[in-house]
Write a protein that binds this ligand. Structure first.
Ligand SMILES: [Zn+2]
Length: 670
């Protein structure tokens, strides 16, 4: 019995043992499988990057966590062999989900940690003080950065690297670099050049001295390039020239404007003659871009010198510069050594170039994006000459006050009109421009010698239609008169005017001129620089302009100096303006050798609007309601605005050739 019982017990125990053994085996198998699945999951879900990240983290932590997860799940339930098989899939899923979540959390944490570390480093660096290159004061870097890299102590400009420049002037994330893979060689096999390039590339993170590509500025598509002074002084080697030429060619094809932030020490000496060739190459590409009627704006920053100044930097339709930037062909040190004397303060700075007529304007860094955006908008494709935004009715009726004033005025003698036309308080070109047009943007310089303050010119909107407006500015008080040379233009003034007219023609903009001058400036310098040539050139070029030209005689119309701005498809005259071959004083002194008989001369010279209307010298007389003064400004300007719009509508459908033919015949008739 005992034997049998023992056997039974033993069998029972064996069974139990077997069961235990089975349980253990299964558990082992489960663990093994889980581990395998987890590993596969990790690989699948996270890819190599995370794997690397994890490798960086202490491996033990992960393993410990995983073990714990497994144990927790196992302890959670009394493991029954059969059940275990059933729950196996379930637990595996749970575990892998948990692991995945934990891994992603981990990855996130690592990234976060790194970001914080980076920020801290940046913060620390920004807290650092840097010396302002202008005032030499130690200033806080972060304050300077938030001030667009302008010194808050003296207003001096720090140089801006490519990344920050792009950030400053283009819409966020809109910049797409082009031709980044352009690679140079070492054309002269210059010793150490390749190593030097590599070193600068590593230091700046740039492949070459210019970055160029597509960008948007307030949503307006353009090609934007930035030269970086940190890259071998922004010097122009083959790759710089090639990238610019390629980008300009692509801009020509895609009909995009080009904006280039220039900054350069000049040619890249290590590339010798090949560097020199880049000047002709980039200039040629820009000429083709211009021939396609496209806009190019260089923005000159400190320093722009040498071969860059003598090529793409100076070839803009509109040239802008940052304040106080050094802009030169020969550097100041070279000049000083050559001539053996010190250069005056401010020589070759932006302000000097503006005064000498080489740039259109100096723009503060914080206004750069807005200015570029405005210019791009003014140059957006415009088919007609009369694309007015709102055609709301505007009355040409004068105000009640002006009607009353007009009624009480007696007819004036020609001499009285001469006196009225010369009155200092007479409305000026600037007054009319401000009153009739919107967003006038003044442009400066003749690109040869000087910006003549006697001539005011720029681009504006006439109810949404971009127009070029040019006027003679006289000045209303002593200081103002001196500044504008009493409205007597120099050759430089006429050259500025014709430059702006040719620009208007290129961009299909109508031209409106406001003429008020006793005559072209009569002086030694004017003769030295070719006053006669300048006036002749204007008559010559204006005769052939392919856009409508309207000329308004708003005061004195003194001889060739007035005609040089009055070769229009139509010429209109204010009621009390005069227009003559010579002043009545000059006339009487030449004819009668007696300048005191000017009054008498005025009577016979036919210089008033009514006389000239009868002689078909003018097409329209503009009412003054007594006198073109401040009180009449609104009434006169409304009359002008409505009539100018009418003039442009009338010419809207005419071709360029028709317009120049009509203008030719108009003057041919005399
Ligand atoms: Zn400073």
């Amino acid at each position: 019995m005992d034997h049998i019982l023992r056997k039974i017990v033993s069998k029972k125990e064996t069974g139990k043992n077997l069961q235990k053994e089975n349980e253990k085996n299964l558990q082992r198998e489960v663990e093994k499988n889980l581990q395998k699945e987890i590993e596969t999951d990790i690989q699948k879900e996270t890819g190599k990057d995370l794997q690397k990240e994890i490798e960086k983290e202490p491996q033990k932590d992960i393993e410990k966590d995983l073990q714990k997860d497994i144990e927790n799940i196992r302890d959670d339930r009394q493991v029954n062999v059969k059940e275990q098989r059933l729950v196996f899939n379930e637990s595996e899923k749970k575990i892998s989900e948990k692991i995945r979540a934990s891994l992603f959390q981990r990855k996130h944490n690592i990234q976060k940690k790194e970001e914080i570390k980076e920020e801290k480093q940046e913060d620390k660096a920004n807290k650092d003080e840097i010396e302002c290159p202008s005032c030499k004061v130690k200033v806080e870097k972060d304050k300077v950065i938030s001030n667009k890299y302008v010194c808050y102590s003296c207003g001096g400009y720090f140089r801006v690297n490519t990344k920050n420049r792009i950030k400053m002037v283009t819409d966020a994330d809109s910049f797409i670099p082009w031709f980044e893979d352009e690679e140079g060689n070492n054309p002269l096999a210059f010793p150490g050049y390749e190593e030097k390039l590599k070193e600068v590339q590593e230091k700046t993170g740039l492949k070459e001295g210019v970055s160029i590509g597509f960008a948007e500025i307030d949503g307006q598509k353009s090609v934007v390039g930035v030269c970086d002074a940190r890259f071998l002084m922004g010097s122009m080697g083959h790759v710089v020239g090639e990238k610019i030429a390629l980008a300009v060619e692509r801009a020509t094809k895609e009909k995009l404007p080009v904006i280039l932030f220039c900054c350069s020490g000049g040619a890249r000496m290590q590339e010798g003659i090949i560097s020199l060739m880049q000047m002709a190459k980039t200039a040629g590409a820009l000429k083709r871009h211009s021939n396609a009627g496209l806009l190019y704006i260089p923005v000159l920053t400190d320093p722009t010198t040498g071969g860059v100044t003598a090529s793409f930097a100076m070839l803009g339709d509109i040239i802008l510069a940052e304040p106080k930037a050094l802009i030169a062909f020969a550097g100041p040190r070279v000049i000083e050594q050559t001539i053996g004397q010190k250069l005056p303060e401010g020589f070759q700075r932006s302000e000097f170039l503006l005064e000498h007529g080489f740039i259109d304007g100096i723009v503060e860094r914080n206004a750069l994006k807005e200015t570029l955006s405005k210019i791009l908008r003014l140059h957006r494709k415009n088919d007609g000459f009369a694309s007015f935004g709102d055609n709301e009715f505007m009355s040409t009726e004068p105000s009640e006050l002006m009607k009353e004033r007009n009624a009480g005025i007696a007819l004036k003698s020609p001499w009285e009109k001469v006196e009225m036309a010369r009155k200092v308080n007479r409305l000026s070109a600037q007054d009319y421009i401000d009153e009739i047009f919107d967003d006038f943007m003044e442009m400066h310089g003749d690109r040869y010698f000087k910006d003549d303050p006697a001539i005011l010119g720029g681009i504006a909107y006439l109810d949404g239609q971009p127009v070029t407006v040019i006027g003679v500015q006289k000045g209303k008080d002593m200081r103002d008169c001196l500044l504008h040379n009493y409205g007597m233009p120099s050759p430089d003034g006429y050259r500025k005017a014709i430059r702006l007219m040719k620009q208007a023609e290129k961009f299909h903009r109508p031209i409106i001129t406001f003429v008020n001058t006793s005559g072209a400036f009569c002086g030694m310098e004017a003769e030295e620089r070719g006053q006669g040539e300048a006036i002749a050139r204007n008559l010559y070029e204006m005769s052939d302009l392919k856009v409508p030209v309207l000329c308004l005689m708003i005061g004195e119309g003194g001889s060739g100096g007035a005609l040089a701005l009055a070769v229009g498809n139509e010429v209109w005259m204010m009621e009390n303006a005069t227009y003559s071959v010579l002043s009545p004083e000059g006339f009487s002194s030449i004819l009668w050798k007696d300048s005191t008989r000017a009054k008498e001369a005025a009577g016979i010279m036919k210089i008033t609007a009514h006389d000239l209307y009868k002689l078909h010298v003018i097409e329209k007389i503009i009412p003054e309601y007594g006198c073109a003064d401040e009180a009449a400004k609104d009434s006169i300007s409304r009359f002008l605005k409505v009539n100018i719009k009418e003039f442009l509508r009338k010419n809207e459908t005419k071709s360029g050739d028709e317009l120049s033919e009509e203008r030719y015949q108009r003057f041919r008739a005399f």
